[in-house]
Design a protein around this ligand. Structure first.
Ligand SMILES: NC(=O)C1=CN([C@@H]2O[C@H](COP(=O)(O)OP(=O)(O)OC[C@H]3O[C@@H](n4cnc5c(N)ncnc54)[C@H](O)[C@@H]3O)[C@@H](O)[C@H]2O)[C@@H](O)CC1
Ligand SMILES: Nc1ncnc2c1ncn2[C@@H]1O[C@H](COP(=O)(O)OP(=O)(O)O)[C@@H](O)[C@H]1O
Ligand SMILES: [K+]
Length: 460
């Protein structure tokens, strides 16, 4: 499991560890990790040029110490001090002892890499004008961010004005929430974690890794039969929108549940596309409703909720969902749908997806899966997971219908709603990556790649 912690959690863990270590030892660990990441990024040290942007706090200290390591490896290191009188004194002395140079930004040479040591977890979101001006001088040069891309809100992943756009972020001790949650995560680039030995409490936000998904997936045994593996019921689509039914049944039919029952308005099309589907109402262990259901969606939702089994609620059924609906429901809106549910502008949801997913989970007392580049799964008890698989090509019509069916299959197979939603998002993204091969994809190809994504998890 990949874990992200809040600033307060990181500070408490650092304080506890620092009491057991010699002064400055923790920063040395961080700075060495940073320096080696920069060397890797440069593909070697000798003759390369690095510009450090150094703020007033320990984040700048990390950059200065790393600069000293780099300078000793033959890198030409220059440092711009954004607050000269408050720059980390020992770090500055180390850099100068290694023949790194402090320069005014207008005198700096064009570097191969800019190291962003402006602010880390002590920063207020946004960047001050001097920091911004220093960054703009070499705006085309790739940036390695120290701990966080400066300017983002570490605990929420929200932005408040200008921020650094990094190629990579080297973070210390644990991920910060902003490195998982969009929109900030999109500013971090690839994230490298340097272990500095922190002992951390339960994470604020998690991201499932392949081994976590593998452990959650159902495993049929010799005694299994189709009913014991779980039946997923699908009440999606309509005469007007039969495609949504075909796609949600394609997701539900990924093979992770024992059987798919279809009980909606597009039976002929569903059976033509997926002859293994059983048509008509009957007992199921989870329902999927909403996608392409039009004005029948609300009725399908009401009937499905009456069964008391987990219900995946998508698209047209979302606005008809009672509030609270209860924890057996899994709501799967995209930003526009969640905005309508919470009666806020769509831009507000996009600017703060983690916050809005959590708000909706609390208001509906249900698991909420908010779709996007970094899909958020929020539990009403405050837990949250963020999905890191997938490719931008997945933003295509019908992809959400496949996801709803897949999550329904996992819930029918016995996964808790929170696990079904987060493992479903992970597999959906993994299947999209396989189906895409770096190029465009159709939603039905994502569904078709699901068995391969599962197989990939099972191959040691
Ligand atoms: N405490 C420790 O021992 C360790 C700290 N580490 C580093 O220390 C960082 C935290 O250091 P600090 O607590 O000193 O805080 P920061 O270095 O993140 O920033 C604090 C300073 O930046 C200035 N500032 C705040 N917001 C700003 C903005 N928007 N624009 C420009 N300047 C702004 C403030 O004047 C403040 O003094 C971590 O992110 C990490 O990089 C690491 O070295 C690991 C060990
Ligand atoms: N930029 C992006 N990068 C990766 N995945 C994305 C991006 N934008 C959207 N997605 C994913 O694409 C899918 C789109 O689903 P949705 O919006 O419901 O489409 P539809 O309603 O047409 O099925 C979701 O799984 C979502 O997480
Ligand atoms: K930084």
């Amino acid at each position: 499991m990949l874990r992200a912690h809040t600033v307060a959690q990181v500070r408490a863990a650092e304080d506890a560890l620092m009491r057991t270590l010699p002064e400055g030892a923790l920063m040395q660990r961080a700075a060495h990790g940073l320096a080696y990441a920069v060397l890797d990024f440069l593909g070697g040290g000798y003759g390369a040029k690095v510009l450090l942007q150094v703020g007033a706090g320990n984040n700048g200290g990390d950059a200065l110490y790393a600069g000293a390591v780099l300078a000793r490896r033959g890198v030409g290191v220059e440092a711009v001090l954004l607050a000269p009188e408050r720059a980390h004194a020992e770090g500055l002395a180390a850099l100068e002892a290694a023949y790194g140079r402090v320069v005014d930004v207008e005198d700096a040479q064009r570097p191969d890499v800019v190291v962003d040591g402006i602010v880390g977890i002590g920063g207020t979101p946004g960047l001050r004008p001097d920091a911004l001006a220093a960054l703009e001088r070499f705006s085309e040069v790739p940036v390695v961010a120290v701990d966080l891309p400066s300017g983002v809100d570490a605990d929420t992943g929200e932005l408040a004005g200008p921020h650094v756009q990094a190629a990579i972020t080297v973070t210390f001790g644990t991920h910060k929430v902003a490195l998982l949650a969009d929109p900030a995560a999109a500013a971090a680039g690839a994230v490298l974690l340097v272990d500095i030995g922190l002992e951390l409490p339960e994470a604020a936000v998690e991201a499932l890794q392949s081994e976590d998904v593998a452990a959650l997936l159902p495993e049929p045994g010799g005694e299994s039969q189709k009913y014991s593996r779980g039946v997923v019921g699908v009440r999606t689509g309509s005469e007007r929108y039969p495609g949504a039914a075909v796609l949600s049944v394609a997701g539900a039919g990924c093979g992770l549940a024992g059987m798919v029952r279809y009980d909606g308005g597009a039976t002929d099309q569903v059976l033509a596309a997926h002859p293994e589907t059983v048509s008509g109402a009957g007992r199921v262990q989870a329902w999927v409703v909403g996608s392409g259901g039009g004005d029948q969606a609300s009725d399908a939702l009401t009937r499905s909720l009456e069964d008391g089994v987990p219900v995946v609620v998508d698209a047209d059924a979302l606005t008809a969902t009672p509030r609270p609906v209860g924890r057996h429901a899994i709501l799967t809106p995209h930003a526009g749908e969640l905005a309508r549910m919470l009666e806020v502008p769509r831009e507000d949801v996009e600017a703060a997806p983690l916050r809005h997913a959590r708000e909706a989970a609390a208001a509906y007392d249900a698991v909420v899966l908010l779709k996007g580049r970094r899909t958020v799964v929020a539990h009403p008890d405050g837990r949250a997971r963020i999905n890191t698989t997938g490719v931008p090509w997945l933003a295509t019509a019908g992809a959400g219908d496949v996801l709803a069916g897949l999550v329904g299959a996992l819930a029918a197979a016995g996964l808790e709603p929170f696990d079904a939603a987060s493992a479903g998002a992970w597999l959906h993204g993994a299947a999209a990556t396989l189906a895409s091969h770096g190029g465009p994809l159709r939603a039905s190809a994502v569904a078709a790649a699901l068995p391969q994504a599962v197989r990939g998890l099972r191959t040691p």
